[in-house]
Ligand binder design. Structure first.
Ligand code: CP
Length: 302
């Protein structure tokens, strides 16, 4: 992992994923370790973010490093027409690692190819969000005691939701069964189903929730990604198609936990929040420890 970019979750083997999760647990036990004194990390967010950007910044601060960057493209010279390549080449002069979120699929891979310093993909369009996946895996392991043989129910926008794409690929190392619940317009794309077919992983597709929640170990809710729709009318048709309510959890398994990458809009009713099965805010906290581990591994300080 040392000095390697993280563009897709497929960049990491099962063994490397386990190393990250073990190190994240170490940081959770002891979150203030000044391993990055003298290091500068660039945080380039061309798209809005609360959790990813701030948990990365929190992770860097806890490790004793310094952060430079911007939280919107309009405050950078991209707004004057500067290319992504020129931006990356410039910022790499100022930093040891670049964390980047960008609306274009493939932008992280491109940035990693032109950058002399490692690049961490903090989300590229509807493609991948590998650091979210590592914190999701950490959350799954913490709540289930294992990553193996779990029933994972993914609900909502499985077409544009990059977090489900990355999570599906990562979980394929651990023999899961998936239930995909989405309206026809937002079904899991064929390329990811083909990926599962090639690995012999079972999945089932549904257009309503029925009793599928009752078999799940993990219920992974997602927001309908308004910003990816070309036609606002199409968004209006599907925006509230699945709403999880507390009463729907009565028959679910005791160990079942609800994850959501957040932000949520309407897809989890607030009456779910006090239920002990609601794990999404702790999941967001886990992002700090997991991102500490990712940075420490890439910069070779652990
Ligand atoms: N989960 C996630 O990526 O959240 P933000 O968009 O707030 O970073």
């Amino acid at each position: 992992m040392k000095n390697r970019s993280l563009v897709s979750i497929s960049d990491y083997s099962a063994n490397e994923i386990r190393q990250i999760l073990d190190l994240a647990a170490d940081f959770e036990d002891n979150p203030n370790q000044r391993l990055l004194t003298g290091s500068v990390i660039a945080s380039l967010f061309f798209e809005p973010s609360t959790r990813t950007r701030l948990s990365f910044e929190s992770a860097i601060n806890r490790l004793g490093g310094r952060v430079i960057g911007f939280s919107e493209a309009s405050s950078s010279s991209v707004s004057k027409g500067e290319t992504l390549k020129d931006t990356i080449l410039t910022v790499s002069n100022y930093s040891d690692l670049i964390v980047m979120r960008h609306p274009l699929e493939g932008s992280a891979k491109y940035a990693s190819e032109v950058s002399p310093v490692p690049v961490v993909n903090a989300g590229d369009g509807a493609h991948q969000h590998p650091t979210q996946t590592l914190l999701d895996l950490y959350s799954i392991q913490k709540t289930q005691g294992t990553l193996e043989n779990l029933n994972i129910c993914m609900i909502g926008d499985l077409k544009y939701g990059r977090t489900v794409h990355s999570l599906l690929m990562a979980m394929s190392h651990f023999n899961p069964v998936f239930n995909f619940i989405a309206p026809d317009e937002l079904k899991m794309p064929d390329e990811y189903k083909l990926f599962l077919d090639n690995k012999g992983i079972k999945y089932y597709e549904h257009t309503d929730m029925d009793d599928n929640l009752n078999y799940a170990d993990i219920t992974y809710m997602t927001r309908v990604q308004r910003e990816r729709f070309a036609d606002p009318v199409e968004y209006e048709k599907v925006k509230n198609v699945f709403i999880l309510r507390n009463e729907m959890l009565n028959e679910t398994k005791d160990n079942m936990r609800i994850l959501h990458p957040l932000p949520r809009v309407n897809e989890i009713n607030i009456d779910v929040d006090p239920n002990p099965k609601a794990y999404y805010f702790t999941q967001a906290l886990n992002g700090v420890y997991t991102r500490m581990a990712i940075i420490a591994k890439i910069l070779g300080v652990k």
